[in-house]
Write a protein that binds this ligand. Sequence first.
Ligand SMILES: C[S@@+](CC[C@H](N)C(=O)[O-])C[C@H]1O[C@@H](n2cnc3c(N)ncnc32)[C@H](O)[C@@H]1O
Length: 208
Amino acid sequence: MGETLIRKQYNEMADSYDKRWNTYITKTLSILKNWAEIAPETTVLDVGCGTGELELLLLRQNPQQVIIGVDISEKMLHVAQQKCHAYFHVSFYNVSVSELPFENNSFDIIVSASVFHYFDDSNAALKEIKRVLKPEGKVFILDWCKDYLSCQICDFILKLVDPAYKQCYTQKEFHRLLASAQFDIERAAKFRFNFVWGMMIVQAISQT
Ligand SMILES: C[S@@+](CC[C@H](N)C(=O)[O-])C[C@H]1O[C@@H](n2cnc3c(N)ncnc32)[C@H](O)[C@@H]1O
C-alpha cells in the first residue's frame, strides 16, 4: 500500500520535481556528496535515486564512476536515465529497497538522500542495505531530523494528510535503528538546512 502511493505521487511529480525542489536538492545533495568523498574506483548504490541529480553531481567529478540508482518510481527513473544516458557506467533499476536485486557484498558505498521517511520498515531497509554492502563499505544517509520543531510539526501533519509518508526520526532514534541493524556510526551531524528545516546525516559501517 505505502509503496503504491509513493510510486503514484512521484510518477505524477517526476516532470516537475527538479524545478520545484531545485534549492532543496542542490543543497542537500552537495552536502551528501561532500560528506561521502566518493573515490573514483568505488562502486556506488543510490537508494531512492529519484531524478538522478546525485548521479550527475558525481559524474561531473568523475565521468567513469560506477553508479547504480534504484527507485520505485519509473517516471523519476526515466528522468534520471535521460540525464545520464551518455555515461556507460551508470544504470538504474526500478526496484524497492526491500528487495534489491544484487548479490551480497556488491557495493563500496551506499547513499540515500531524503528517502528514509517513506520506508514502511526502515529496519528491513537497513538490513537489505547491509546485505549488499561490502564488509569494508560505507553507508551515507541524509534525511529530515525530528529533533527540529519544524520537522516535528511536519511529521505530525504529513501523517494526517499524506498516506504515502511514514515518519521521520530524531537523531537518537535513527542511530538506534542503525545499531539494531548492526551498523556502527563513524560520523554524524544534524544541521539547520535553512531558517526552519532540520536535517541529519550519518556515515556508518557494517559491524563485523
Ligand atoms: C524525496 S525523493 C528523493 C530523491 C533523491 N534521492 C534526491 O535527493 O533528489 C524520494 C525518492 O525515494 C523513492 N522511494 C520511496 N520509497 C522507496 C523504496 N521503498 N525503494 C526505493 N525508492 C523509494 C521515491 O520514489 C522518490 O523518488
